[in-house]
Design a protein. Structure first.
Length: 160
């Protein structure tokens, strides 16, 4: 059993109407169980600088990976509320999240840790860089997440 959640970070890409509406709907429900910090995932904030016990990411797996990247070396548990298609990481529907919220806030969850890689750009041989890497500055260090933290409550939602 994890510790009781005092402060919860609610993350959503608020430019997407469906996600923004769901974040607005969930925020007062979450506030009934913990202090709430709310951030727009698209703003690119340094989430490592914020003080919170658990992040709730509304969206899909890509949103969870973005949140983990923005937390960098100061990772905290993440629960995903799936508004995407499959949800390998974001495995709770909004209804399941609301149902599990009291247990999550009470610390009744298990954390699954996933690998995080740190890479330093040492050179730029054009033959092996993809477009996404071509903007990297030589000598900079970046963190990359293989997965994100997956929180499983007493009745997890999983693909069969």
């Amino acid at each position: 059993m994890a510790k009781r959640v005092q402060t919860l970070l609610l993350l959503a890409a608020r430019q997407r109407e469906e996600i923004a509406r769901e974040a607005e709907r969930l925020e007062p429900l979450v506030a009934g169980h913990a202090n709430v910090l709310s951030r727009d995932l698209e703003a690119g904030d340094d989430l490592a600088a914020l003080e919170f016990d658990l992040a709730v990411v509304i969206g899909g797996d890509g949103s969870i990976l973005r949140a983990a990247h923005q937390m960098a070396r100061h990772q905290r548990p993440v629960v995903g509320v799936n508004l995407g298609k499959l949800g390998f990481l974001a495995d709770l529907s909004p209804a399941e999240f609301v149902e599990q919220l009291p247990a999550i806030a009470a610390g009744n969850y298990e954390v699954t840790h996933h690998l995080m890689y740190e890479c330093t750009v040492l050179s730029r041989p054009h033959s092996i860089l993809t477009e996404s890497c071509s903007a990297a500055t030589i000598g900079t260090t970046q963190c990359a997440v293989h997965d994100a933290v997956d929180i499983t409550t007493s009745s997890p939602a999983r693909l069969p």
